[in-house]
Write a protein that binds this ligand. Structure first.
Ligand SMILES: [Fe+2]
Ligand SMILES: [Fe+2]
Length: 267
């Protein structure tokens, strides 16, 4: 009874790769398969190895590690392409056992952002995340939660109007009454829930309410403020920032009023 070594980048291991590994095991009639990550990746070898261990846990005859002396097979480029899908935020393509871990560890959040937004929008999102985490720290709130909401809040901003309408017709038809600029705050939670597997309702609600300012929790206020006055916006927000560090609700009211005035002037 022989053993088989299988290597690939596994950045990260996908469901398609897992199925291919099981197929190769059967084809080679191998008793044991050792699976091993190689090459450079977004994640370090150690991080990818930990994910492999998690993904292979349910399978007694698949093991993360290398079996000395066994024949080595490299997964095809075509199968490995499925990893790219995961790195752009399609976490539902990751091996079933690691999807939750990707969200917990915030792996590939940055690559998903870069793949889905213009560089300008990605820089804005990073700035919102940093500013939101800063405000959370000042107010003794959960900094990581605020950072997550910030980094993900505009993740569907680049969707076309038609794409947004297609999703909203199913999930939130009432939103179609609003201007298309509002769509992304309602399509983002759908994408985050169904594709990335992010289920924390505090994050989803803060994102959903970040355009209209119709939220009512401290995190909702915080994200709304951070989105409007983060430093890359490029105007003087010293007064708003000072108020936001003191009183979130008061700062929200101020920023909301200012946004309203700006909108009226634009019209
Ligand atoms: Fe937005
Ligand atoms: Fe934004």
């Amino acid at each position: 009874m022989k053993a088989l070594n299988i290597e690939a980048s596994f950045d990260p291991i996908t469901q398609k790769e897992l199925e291919e590994i099981r197929r190769l095991k059967k084809q080679a009639n191998a008793r044991m398969v050792y699976v091993w990550p190689t090459g450079d990746g977004v994640l370090s070898i150690e991080e990818r190895f930990e994910l492999l261990k998690l993904a292979l846990k349910p399978y007694r005859h698949l093991q993360a590690g290398s079996g000395k002396g066994s024949a080595t097979v490299r997964l095809s480029e075509e199968v490995m392409e499925s990893e790219q899908e995961v790195r752009t935020g399609r976490f539902h393509h990751a091996a079933a056992g690691i999807r939750g871990e990707l969200v917990r560890k915030m792996y590939y959040f940055e690559t998903a952002l870069a793949a889905r937004c213009t560089p300008h929008r990605a820089a804005h999102s990073r700035s919102v995340a940093a500013f939101a985490a800063h405000l959370a720290q000042v107010h003794h709130m959960d900094c990581e939660l605020a950072w997550r909401a910030g980094i993900l809040h505009d993740i569907t901003k680049a969707w076309s109007k038609e794409e947004g309408e297609r999703i909203l017709r199913v999930y939130a038809p009432k939103v179609l009454e609003y201007p298309p600029a509002v769509y992304h705050s309602y399509t983002a939670p759908v994408f985050l829930k169904t594709v990335m597997g992010i289920t924390d309702h505090r994050i989803l609600q803060a994102i959903e309410t970040h355009t209209l300012g119709n939220g009512h929790t401290d995190l909702d206020y915080l994200l709304y403020i951070a989105d409007k006055i983060e430093p890359t916006r490029g105007y003087d927000t010293a007064r708003e920032t000072a108020l936001a560090e003191k009183d979130l609700r008061a700062a929200f009211d101020l920023v909301f009023r200012e946004a309203e005035q700006y909108r009226q002037k634009e019209n």
